[in-house]
Design a protein around this ligand. Structure first.
Ligand code: TYM
Length: 333
């Protein structure tokens, strides 16, 4: 157990573009919901973001914006440790060690790698391939028990567990704590508004596919109005109607109401009603967060203070895990 004797919860978002409604409903809202029950570590993974090309100014700004968004969403920086991955060099250092205990075959099976490498064309960065190993380092450095994420990250956490167990077998059961994913029942996979068979993604080139956490109320309403629904007019959560099902899931994730109840409330109504109501719920969920994030984003002195304090705490904890690994493996420190 750690100093506070509480279980450890850890999670992160890539500041690779403006965060989306998917990031909020699949991840950040669950961090906020559970933050009082755990010792929490939340960060922005900018080293992961450079596995695809980033504009340096944009990357720096998006990193601040991500941290401002965490706080605006309700993460208490006095309680949770907030930091930026590049400010804690132990992440990159442990990732190298883990690379030597990870196999080409298992990394090649990662769906996210398969998807992203297809989009990357001919020159696929090695970092894209070893991306999950850096993620394993992120998690294992802090003796993490639980990782609250969306459904798309489950495979990466399973890989983290495999690497941890493999190394524990070699170097002692107390080398790494083996983490568990924490995936919410609803909201774990919000789909694109333009192609409801694909995940809503920050990196989608079509801005109408995602609701960004910076969108104005009007833009949110327009995007939901244009959301692709399906043929027919009956509102059900049937898999044959992925567009309608997505809007119902969004409503359920925001309100906490079960999908069956929401479906029942639309008996005899049209898709248009569903879209308008969903838009209003999304506006209510995003507007206060967006306005507060915009304000905090300008408060650089405050954000830098939070991050400096967070990085100091993170380095202290991560340094202990790293020292343990060096020692067990037989590396001079
Ligand atoms: P990233 O930046 O793609 O997404 C951040 C979080 O948001 C969730 N998410 C979604 N949830 C529901 N619906 C969606 N459409 C949707 N899109 C994204 C993701 O599941 C994630 O929880 N590899 C990670 C970042 C990472 C990390 C870590 C996470 C690096 N190290 C350590 C946890 C622990 C990623 O790319 O997330």
């Amino acid at each position: 157990m750690n100093a506070t004797n509480r279980k450890v919860m850890l999670s992160a978002v890539q500041p690779s573009n403006t965060l989306t409604l998917g990031n909020l409903l699949g991840a950040i809202r669950n961090w906020v919901k559970h933050q009082d029950d755990y010792e929490c570590w939340f960060f922005a993974v900018n080293l992961h973001a450079i596995t695809v090309r980033q504009d340096p100014t944009e990357l720096r700004e998006q990193t601040y914006r991500a941290v401002a968004t965490y706080i605006a969403a309700g993460i208490n920086p006095e309680h949770a440790t907030l930091f930026v991955q590049s400010q804690v060099p132990e992440h990159a250092e442990l990732a190298w060690l883990l690379n030597c205990y990870s196999y080409m075959g298992e990394l090649g099976r990662m769906t996210q790698f398969k998807d992203k490498s297809q989009k990357a064309g001919e020159n696929i960065a090695v970092g894209l391939f070893t991306y999950p190993v850096l993620m394993a380092a992120d998690i294992l450095l802090y003796d993490t028990d639980l990782v609250p994420v969306g459904a798309d990250q489950k495979q990466h956490i399973e890989l983290t567990r495999d690497i941890a167990i493999r190394m524990n077998n070699l170097y002692g059961e107390d080398l790494f704590r083996v983490p568990q994913p924490m995936i919410a029942q609803v909201g774990a996979k919000i789909m694109s508004l333009q192609d409801p068979t694909a995940k809503m993604s920050k990196s989608d080139p079509d801005p109408n596919a995602s609701v960004y956490l910076t969108d104005t109320d009007d833009v949110i309403r327009k995007k939901l109005k244009r959301a692709i629904t399906d043929s027919g007019n009956e509102i059900t959560d049937d898999d044959s109607k992925p567009g309608v099902k997505n809007l119902l899931s969004i409503q359920s994730a925001i309100t906490g109401k079960p999908i069956s109840g929401i479906v029942a409330s639309y008996a005899g109504k049209m898709y248009g009603h569903l879209k308008v109501d969903t838009a209003e719920l999304v506006v209510q969920a995003i507007a206060p967060l967006r306005d507060e994030a915009n304000r905090l984003y300008e408060e650089r002195t405050f954000l830098d203070q939070v991050l400096r304090k967070g990085a100091d705490r993170a380095r202290e904890r991560a340094g202990k895990t790293l020292a343990r690994c060096y020692d067990r493996i037989g590396l001079l420190k």
